[in-house]
Design a protein around this ligand. Structure first.
Ligand code: RNT
Ligand code: ZN
Length: 417
């Protein structure tokens, strides 16, 4: 008897798509799983309280408050998601020994040893982020662009420390470490000087990048943002600023686009191929904004699928560093994490099973009528059966069956916290 997968495979083959090859390919594409969904972006080096223009909303019980809890929760997520993973760690998640603490400008590789052990045991690389928020040295909402040189110096030292830690991650795991620079620097209301803070921001980033590192191992990025809560009128790290920064320092850093960080009718799916014309490599933060940069859990919606399609169509799976960036505190956090990771996997698999060569040909021959007809047809192909096969091969449930595991974990572990 024909299984559902075999029948789907035939349907896709008729369009020139090899579903076995798509499944095999996806298994080896790493996606970075952000540690900060587990505890509402708090970390372990501060008393709690998120600042810097980002916010979590909700108070669902059972959040991780210790490294042990966070790592156990992450492990649960990893066990429920198909595909290759990388860890994405923020500097505020340094794990100190009992009674030990150092400030962010003094962080060392040893403070991240537990992350390395965790990653190595699971065969994963690690990405990293200096934390330029939730800290008293973020003064007047500013860090690397502050007019006070002492404030800037503290944060430059933090950035340099993070480059050294990123090198440690890359050397220990054997996988390049993407190190993303994002600050919430900006102003609530109309500024009197827009260029000054940007010039200071530019010089500060250049100083951070003057710390010696091997660009084959450490991939510094600059992430832009259009506005944040409390910084509605101006951000120092605007899109033009970060893109120019990356373009002018191509041998030292990459542009990072977060799809929550643009005006609502702009789409990152269209920006990916634009940047790929110029940059050998780019980085992404994948999220879902609802009316604003709200960092809702990623779902399999149209723009999510479109972004994945562009990466695949441009044959750029090895040129785009993909990281998830959402945080919802209003629902079970393990479930939120898992839904988001699985959504991006579904989007990638869908993209890999799309007959891109055939569609491109229609476009190049100016067959726009047929292109529309075919693109609409593609939406109804039996992706579900390919997804089920992929999940089976990865040893995870294909449908909501994984949620029973989360409920059990909530009863046995989370509810006792
Ligand atoms: C904030 C940026 C940034 C953060 C993480 C925690 O708007 O997207 O990437 O979400 O660094
Ligand atoms: Zn981001």
């Amino acid at each position: 008897m024909n299984t559902r997968y075999e029948s789907a495979k035939e349907i896709f083959a008729a369009y020139g798509v090899d579903t076995d090859a798509a499944i095999a390919k996806l298994k080896n594409i790493p996606v970075s799983l952000h540690c900060w969904q587990g505890d509402d972006v708090i970390g372990f080096d501060n008393e709690g309280g998120l600042t810097g223009g980002i916010q979590t909303t909700g108070n669902y019980p059972g959040k991780a408050t210790t490294p042990e809890q966070l790592l156990a929760d992450m492990d649960k997520v990893i066990s429920l998601c198909p595909g290759a993973k990388k860890l994405n760690v923020h500097a505020c998640y340094a794990i100190f020994e009992e009674g030990e603490w150092v400030d962010r400008d003094k962080l060392e590789p040893k403070h991240f040893k537990k992350w390395v052990e965790f990653a190595k045991e699971r065969n994963m690389g690690i990405d990293f982020n200096p934390t330029f928020f939730s800290h008293p040295m973020q003064k007047d909402g500013l860090t690397l662009s502050h007019p006070d040189a002492d404030v800037r110096k503290f944060w430059i030292e933090h950035g340099k420390a993070c480059i050294r830690i990123a090198t440690y991650f890359a050397e220990e795991t054997g996988v390049p470490c993407v190190m993303n620079i994002w600050t919430g620097d900006g102003f609530k209301d109309v500024p009197a000087d827009r260029m000054g803070p940007r010039m200071r921001y530019k010089e500060s980033i250049e100083e951070i990048l003057s710390e010696p590192f091997d660009f084959a191992k450490v991939k510094p990025c600059v992430e832009s943002k259009v506005f944040g809560i409390g910084v509605e009128s101006y951000t120092a790290g605007s899109a033009e600023f970060t893109l120019s920064m990356a373009a002018m320092h191509k041998d030292k850093c990459l542009p990072l686009m977060d799809n929550g960080h643009y005006h609502p009718t702009e789409v990152v799916s269209d920006k990916i191929p634009a940047l790929l014309c110029f940059f050998p490599e780019i980085a992404l933060h994948i999220t879902r904004g609802v009316r604003w940069d709200s960092d809702h859990v990623l779902l399999l919606d149209d723009e999510t699928k479109e972004m994945a399609k562009e990466i695949v169509r441009c044959d750029a799976l090895d040129r785009v560093y993909m990281a998830l960036d959402y945080f919802d505190a209003s629902i079970n956090r393990i479930s939120a994490w898992t839904v988001g990771f699985r959504s991006w996997q579904k989007a990638l698999l869908t993209a890999l099973c799309t007959p891109n060569a055939m569609l491109k040909k229609l476009q190049d021959e100016s067959n726009f009528t047929e292109l529309m007809v075919m693109q609409e047809d593609m939406k109804m192909l039996p992706f579900e059966d390919v997804w089920a096969k992929y999940c089976e091969e990865c040893g995870v449930p294909a449908n909501h069956a994984w949620f029973a595991e989360v409920k059990k974990y909530e009863e046995e572990v989370l509810s006792k916290r």
